[in-house]
Ligand binder design. Structure first.
Ligand SMILES: Nc1ncnc2c1ncn2[C@@H]1O[C@H](COP(=O)(O)OP(=O)(O)O)[C@@H](O)[C@H]1O
Ligand SMILES: [Mg+2]
Length: 290
């Protein structure tokens, strides 16, 4: 059994051991891998950093698991990986010659992340273009994911090379967009939505994160960023708001302690329910393919 080499090892990961053959997509531009035994591959992204993509990915994963679904997380934010920290899970990833064994969270959620490939937690992960492509390919097709109901992809921010690579190589069934109710976030998320749409990825819905906070003293609800733009963005793209999540100090406290999966709330529960419903519609072929 050997540790999977990191970026400093000088040689890139080899081709995935059991990724299915890439399949063509309309237009013949995209070469996505085969889904194998993964039932639903769902990306969670935004375009913008710091809006809660990773937290929402982790929270959804934990909630789906509580509901009896088998779930895995592929941390595709190569330069800013945060999934390991949120669950308090460490590497390294190992490969005994039969594919990469993912790390497991305390509750058994399999996770892969570039964080597991650097020895020093604070060392920057410097991957050049072709290596990123191979790493993403490896993280999807080269990992022993087993049979999963949901593989969630924590997307990198932006609309540059890495998200493009993810869209082009991973057979994503649909994408959830996380945004905070500010115009600037809306502007950036629209770029990401357009990118996903152009690459034939179904837009499942939006999550408005950090929508409000409840004053701990007078218990009044405060809309931190005003009335928000999320409903407008959703309507513009013809997709639903899957949930509005408040800014909850407990989320960041649990995240800092590596126990984000212990968080529960009615809003999170509604989010998981809405997502499952939307994915079911997608499977039945009635979701909006924009
Ligand atoms: N609903 C929330 N309530 C409280 N803190 C949150 C919430 N969502 C995210 N955070 C905090 O905001 C910060 C950024 O979240 P993160 O998930 O890392 O964003 P991103 O992946 O979009 O960069 C983290 O410190 C996280 O704990
Ligand atoms: Mg993140």
């Amino acid at each position: 059994m050997s540790a999977v080499p990191g970026p400093s090892a000088g040689h890139p990961p080899s081709a995935p051991p059991h990724a299915g053959p890439p399949r063509g997509r309309p237009g013949g531009v995209l070469q996505r891998m085969d889904k194998g035994r993964l039932q639903h591959v769902i990306a969670v992204g935004s375009g913008k950093g710091g809006v809660g993509k990773s937290s929402v990915t982790a929270l959804i994963a934990a909630e789906l698991q509580r509901r009896g679904q088998t779930v895995g997380i592929l941390d595709a934010d190569i330069t800013g990986p945060s999934i390991p920290k949120l669950f308090g899970v460490t590497g390294p990833l190992t490969d005994a010659g039969e594919g990469i064994e993912p790390a497991k969270t305390r509750s058994g959620i399999p996770v892969v992340s570039s964080q597991f490939m650097v020895e020093d937690e604070q060392a920057p992960v410097i991957w050049r273009g072709p290596l990123v492509t191979r790493l993403i390919t490896q993280f999807f097709g080269g990992v022993n994911w087993g049979k999963l109901d949901y593989l969630l992809i924590d997307m990198p921010p932006g609309t540059s090379d890495v998200p493009l690579t993810v869209f082009q190589t991973i057979p994503i069934d649909g994408m959830v967009f996380v945004l905070t109710p500010q115009d600037l976030a809306a502007l950036i998320v629209k770029k990401a939505m357009n990118m996903a749409r152009d690459l034939h990825v179904s837009l499942l819905g939006v999550v408005e994160n950090m929508s409000w906070i409840v004053c701990p003293h007078c218990h009044e609800t405060i809309n931190l960023f005003g009335p928000g733009t999320v409903a407008r963005v959703g309507a513009e793209y013809g997709i639903p708001i899957l949930a509005r999540l408040p800014l909850t100090p407990e989320v960041s406290e649990l995240a800092d302690a590596g126990r984000v999966d212990e968080f529960r709330s009615p809003e999170l529960s509604a989010l998981a329910e809405g997502l499952v419903r939307k994915v079911d519609e997608l499977t039945k072929g009635s979701a909006t393919m924009l």
